[in-house]
Design a protein. Structure first.
Length: 412
């Protein structure tokens, strides 16, 4: 029986993707559940599996094609592995003739057959190999099962020939115009989506930004006091993100419209707190979501944020990691940003920007000045449902909680 491999339902907001790599070729046998093709979507890379075991009869689409949910990607002739060599089956006979033609001058038919097998590799490894022009078949795997990971590609690239160590290796997709130093580089699907969403956010929302500054002295002292016992109990360092997440949730509970969204002429108030944390990757900014952040303690928050950030950079995020979200935090301070105006992650109506901690002289009273670790914070909000008073009050609440972090610890 012939079975179609189709683009599955990906996520509520994802309706199409681009084929970036066929993992199985026509004539090859595929087991049920084995990866057949890799798609790049607006948010993550997705590997599509076969629902049956059999021989790939044909590809319905080519690499580079854009495909929508429900479209047929390939046809599988269902059957057992040994059916590939059956001369009584017309399809199998055709496949045998193709293999015989390909290998008729070979004295090592089985060896060459093994070489034609596409190496098992993670999406991140395949992407890096494509970018650097590396043949996956030449890369040794540390994994005892032979699966290639991004680290294997990076190690192979470092130990490769001088030609591969050049500071810039031209990508086949880069088209040089004339003989001048001008290059036309097609945007990836993800970069196109990021660009589109940022423009839509600015065009659809009445976006304003308000600022304040936080004296981080108390948070830094508390981190120093508890860092060893925290590390021992949770196996992770106590960072700043858990403090900010806790402070934001407390402020959202007091100003719930910042945890809402607009749907037509209705305001959808959300009584849960799924906090998005912006992460910078090679492909652009992604915002994985910490689910039920209000129900997690400091250690759970730090571990979940670290897990999501690592998955984002390794391109191993799941679609569900990126869905939803009621409010977003972005930290430009890790890159040295002193002040910025973050853009809303629509349909959310609020986003808080953290910035670099900088020691500055601060007036602690009418007579005294002290050097303090100060951070500017910025709240961008949708003025359609949030008034300036609410926005400013929200940011003041966040500031107060961060400057008296004992209150946040009591909320754990």
């Amino acid at each position: 029986m012939k079975v179609e491999i189709k683009v599955p339902e990906l996520a509520e907001s994802i309706t199409e993707g681009t084929i970036i790599k066929w993992l199985k070729q026509p004539g090859e046998f595929v087991d049920k559940g084995e990866y057949v093709v890799e798609l790049e979507t607006d948010k993550v890379n997705v590997e599509i599996t076969s629902e049956v075991s059999g021989v790939i009869e044909e590809h319905s689409k080519e690499e580079g094609d854009t495909v929508s949910v429900g479209e047929t990607l390939a046809i599988v002739k269902e059957g057992k592995n040994e059916d590939q060599n059956s001369t009584n089956d017309d399809t199998s006979s055709t496949e045998d003739r193709e293999h015989t033609k390909d290998n008729k001058d070979s004295k090592h038919k089985e060896g060459e057959k093994d070489k034609r097998k596409d190496p098992i590799a993670s999406p991140a490894a395949r992407k890096l190999a494509r970018e650097k022009g590396i043949n996956l078949e030449e890369v040794p795997a540390k994994d005892p099962l032979g699966r290639l990971r991004k680290s294997d590609i990076e190690l192979y690239d470092k130990s490769s020939s001088e030609e591969k160590k050049q500071p810039y290796q031209e990508n086949p997709s880069v088209v040089k115009e004339n003989k001048e130093n001008i290059e036309r580089i097609p945007m990836s699907r993800r970069r196109q989506t990021i660009a589109k969403r940022l423009v839509e956010a600015q065009q659809s929302a009445a976006m304003l930004t308000t600022f304040n500054e936080v004296d981080m002295t108390a948070v830094m002292e508390m981190r120093n006091r508890h860092k060893e016992e925290f590390q021992e109990e949770y196996g992770i360092k106590l960072g700043f993100m858990s403090f900010f997440t806790k402070a934001i949730i407390a402020a959202l509970k007091k100003f719930p419209l910042l945890n809402a969204e607009i749907e037509g002429t209705d305001i959808i108030k959300k009584n849960f707190f799924d906090i998005g944390v912006a992460v910078s990757t090679d492909e652009g900014l992604v915002v994985p979501v910490v689910r039920n952040a209000d129900q997690r303690d400091f250690g759970e928050l730090e571990k979940e944020i670290a897990r999501l950030a690592e998955a984002a950079r390794n391109q191993s995020l799941k679609i569900q990691d990126l869905q939803g979200g009621t409010f977003t935090i972005t930290n430009g301070g890790i890159f040295g940003s002193l002040l910025s105006t973050p853009i809303l992650n629509t349909p959310q109506v609020g986003i808080l920007g953290m910035h670099k901690i900088q020691w500055r002289p601060v007036a602690v009273d009418k007579e005294q000045m002290e050097n303090r670790p100060m951070m500017y914070i910025a709240l961008s909000y949708d003025h359609r449902i949030i008034d300036g008073k609410e926005a400013v009050s929200f940011l003041v609440k966040v500031k107060e909680l961060l400057e008296t972090p004992e209150k946040l610890m009591l909320q754990s």
